[in-house]
Design a protein around this ligand. Structure first.
Ligand SMILES: [Zn+2]
Length: 267
């Protein structure tokens, strides 16, 4: 009887102690740390914060809802091979073998005519992206023209050397602007945009948007020249003068601005 009572007391005491310990534990558990915002580097892109707040109202949404019906997200291997066969761009190095990134479950994302652009050829020289970029054929055409007809010749003018590598983001990214879950879709989410942060010149030098923009040097003049030329080809061109989100790279896209899609943003 006494043993039984002692047992019960010991059990109750153990329970109370255990409960106290658990309470103590949960109270002493620190609140999760707030993740600090990383500083911008030339290799980091802030996709989804692509267009400054001053961007004029556009009918992009209307256009996209029409497009959406035949977009159907990221296509399978067969459809991609077909798309790259149909996408014939002079001087473009197009591959269809690599896989296309997922859409993060966002139905609005997707490319109607996807291809993977590895780089471009000018004469005997190839200039490539660090990894093939996934973009629409329509955008690839404009981009290839800018790379081959503007950027490579401008490098030859300034440095007497061709471009070897265009340091870029991946092109396609299923994201919305301003990092809001229900914000407007970024042009990256339609494969109609790319970010370029630096140019590796064949002579071994590096031209970086974050370091060389605004400098009165050959590199600075090269960047100014190709930025100005981009404004003749794309509907949106954003560089370090646009806003702090573009300090480290040029963003170019072929999004529609204004009712007739004739409005251009060149900053
Ligand atoms: Zn961008």
């Amino acid at each position: 009887m006494l043993n039984n009572m002692t047992g019960k007391i010991i059990l109750s005491a153990t329970f109370v102690l255990a409960t106290l310990c658990l309470t103590e534990l949960s109270l002493s558990q620190p609140a999760p740390d707030v993740k600090p915002i990383e500083p911008l580097t030339e290799d980091r892109f802030i996709e989804g914060v692509d267009v400054p707040p001053s961007k004029p109202k556009s009918n992009q949404e209307a256009e996209r809802s029409v497009e959406k019906s035949d977009q159907g997200g990221v296509p399978d291997e067969g459809k991609r091979a077909q798309a790259s066969l149909k996408c014939d761009i002079p001087g473009a190095l197009i591959s269809s073998s690599s896989s296309v990134a997922g859409t993060s479950g966002d139905d609005d994302c997707g490319i109607k005519d996807p291809i993977m652009l590895e780089g471009v050829v000018v004469g005997n020289n190839a200039a490539k992206f660090p990894a093939p970029v996934t973009i629409s054929c329509e955008f690839a055409r404009k981009l290839t023209e800018w790379l081959r007809e503007d950027i490579v010749p401008a490098a030859e003018d300034q440095f007497g050397s061709a471009v070897a590598v265009f340091r870029s983001g991946p092109g396609y990214q299923c994201r919305r602007r301003n990092n809001l879950p229900d914000g407007k879709l970024s042009e990256h989410a339609l494969g109609k945009a790319i970010d370029i942060s630096a140019f590796e010149i064949a002579d071994g030098s590096l031209v970086s948007v974050s370091k060389d923009w605004g400098e009165d040097t050959k590199k600075g003049r090269f960047l100014k020249t190709i930025h100005a030329l981009a404004c003749r080809r794309f509907t949106t061109v954003l560089g370090p003068d646009a806003d702090p989100n573009h300090k480290s790279h040029f963003h170019v896209d072929i999004g529609c601005h204004g009712k007739t899609c004739t409005y251009l943003i060149c900053q």
